[in-house]
Design a protein around this ligand. Sequence first.
Ligand code: FEO
Length: 404
Amino acid sequence: MKAVELKKDVYWVGALDWAVRDFHGYEVPRGTTYNNYLVLDDEITLIDTVKHDFADETLKNIEGVVAPSRIKNVIINHIENDHATSLDAVMACAPEATIYISEKGKRGLERFFDLSKWNVKVVKSGDTLTTGKKTFRFIETPMLHWPDSMFTYLEGDNILFSQDAFGQHIASAGRFDDEFIAEYSEAELTDSVIDYYANILMPFGPMIKNKITEISKMEVPIDIIAPDHGIIWRKSPQSVFETYLDLANGKANLSVAIIYDTMWHSTEKMIVPVSEGIRSENVDVRVIKLRATPMSVAIKEFWKARGALIGSPTLNNITYPSVAELLTHLRGLRPKNRLVGAFGSYGWGGGAVKEIYEEFKRMGLDAVEPGLQILYKPSMEDEKGCYEFGRNFAQRVKEYHDKF
Ligand code: FEO
């Protein structure tokens, strides 16, 4: 792929990873991109690098615009491996370049590279770099989503280089939001933003709100938001701010996600009457079977709905492993403002439903207790109980949703 111009003298020079499906355990059905950017001025500046497997590709893209040896400044907005591990390849071409990085970024980068051989300048919020006619302004964004993270704003061109924030895991022919929407749809793009947020940024909602407020107070025009993954926002950069604020505020649909697994289909047989009970209250329901669905999709659907019911059979007195895996992911992501419940089947001794509620408590989630357990296989009478369980849960979700 050749370099793509964002504005005059500002280029995307990244790499498309069409093939990746497992991104450090996060399933990415559309692949991803590693975006980095080249800015031409009296001094030439590169913003971020790419995953090491794609070092040759970004260098080739840079070469299509300018000889990499002419790079004078390398801004590292984020040191995670998918963005910083080609730095040595870039610095081999431009050994005299200066690296601009946050304090925590420098401390982290030292664990990957011997920095003593390079010029490194630590920057903080408000610091600027002038390269001729252009000025870059640095904005630290700690824990969005790593301690080192920062944004870089290019004055005059009004471009916010936002590293992981506002990204999506999408590999596609077009680099921009309008191109993706023309090829697919706005709804698919929004869904990818939610997927990315739910799986990566969910724990950092308060920081996101603060940072968006801080940037709004700067009262700087933003024509383009250029993240390090996926589509670049030029049609409606403000829309992704609004989407992020909604997500950070815990906005959800009045709906219930039923996320479950099953051994011999007994837990699965509970799904139809439970979901009919939910529907009887005019609450939407979406059913996700683990092991048949990527975990990242289950997490996204959990986050989109105001209520979630987790279904698990009991295996050896504890939660079924795929359901336990889901709960482990959720614990790390620290969801809030969601109402949850649990159900499942068991043979000679229960355990899963109790354990799931204990996990809900550890997460601090609001739960409707005591859940529902069925011995061996639901009878006709049990199915009525499942229906009532679903109906009661939907009523509680409606009351809960009204608080937001
Ligand atoms: Fe895309 Fe935090 O790395």
